[in-house]
Design a protein around this ligand. Sequence first.
Ligand code: ADP
Ligand code: DP6
Length: 316
Amino acid sequence: MAKIVRANTNIALIKYWGKADEALKIPTNSSLSMTLDNLYTETSVDYQSELSEDVFYLDGIQQTGKSLERVQKFMDYVRKEYNVKEYALITSYNHVPSAAGLASSASAFAALAKASTLHLNLDDEALSRLARVGSGSASRSVYEGLVEWEKGKDHETSFAKPIPNSDWPELRMVICFVNEEKKKFSSGFAMQETSQKSAYFDAWVKQSHEDIVTAKKAIEEKNLNKLGTVVQENALRMHASLMAVNKWYFEPKTIEIMNIVETLQAEIPVYFTMDAGPNVKILTDEAHVDQLLNHLKEYKTMVCKTGKGLTVYDEL
Ligand code: ADP
Ligand code: DP6
């Protein structure tokens, strides 16, 4: 029986938005994230000599089309890179909505990177590089807690690592589910449109270099106000760069929640961030979760702490 790998999703506090190399997913800027504890993917990879192509089941449904092709492309990379000869039966379950801007591709490709190379016992750095080839944000889901993906300049130098001394058990991320359906367009497409056409793209890249320095300093100081302020600004800058090419992910409820958070900011440390989708994530700490939730009663929410990196276990 193939072992199962669990990878948690991560939400970027400083966003990855733009690629210097499309094929290897080398980013134009470094990013920083929080691995979450209860949104995850579980995947097993069973290499079988009798298969003539990879077969992929997601949430019990055999995949075809783009979903299958993306996984096959990744498996082709694994076969070439690590001299694996066989095709595989890949079985995966998402405990996170797929393609809704809740980072399913991050947990998916981190889990797949590990599950497809279990026999090779790769170290975390190599796993992070490999996961990145599947989906950039997946490079960060290899690790627990707060993580930085240094952009690097090529395959060897572009990988994520844990931020030293960043243990912060009181930190919380409250997910507000606005819409769990598949997003209007993929993050890859939106990123490419922004980097190729947005008049604000260069400014985004330049500013994000400064934002990551500010965020790392705030983490070192365990200063939630400082961290939250740059997290919220960075998210708005990312979305501004996209809006400059006439595209957005926001829905009316996204804006409603942003307004609630902004009003609450006069009293408590709460800061929003959004990814390639309409769902809102709110950074706060344990002491302020209840007060925040009191103002979000009409929305579906989930409270997350920092979560673990990859875990491997035998099928029950
Ligand atoms: P998200 O915001 O959920 O990360 P993306 O558009 O970046 O959305 O990625 C979603 C895509 O990732 C899906 O369309 C599918 O191709 C792939 N994906 C999602 N879950 C899995 C999984 N468990 N295993 C392999 N690929 C997956
Ligand atoms: C807005 O990692 O999904 O969530 O590398 O093309 O698969 P690909 O993109 P993906 O993009 C994530 C974009 C983001 C920001 C982030 O997670 O850093």
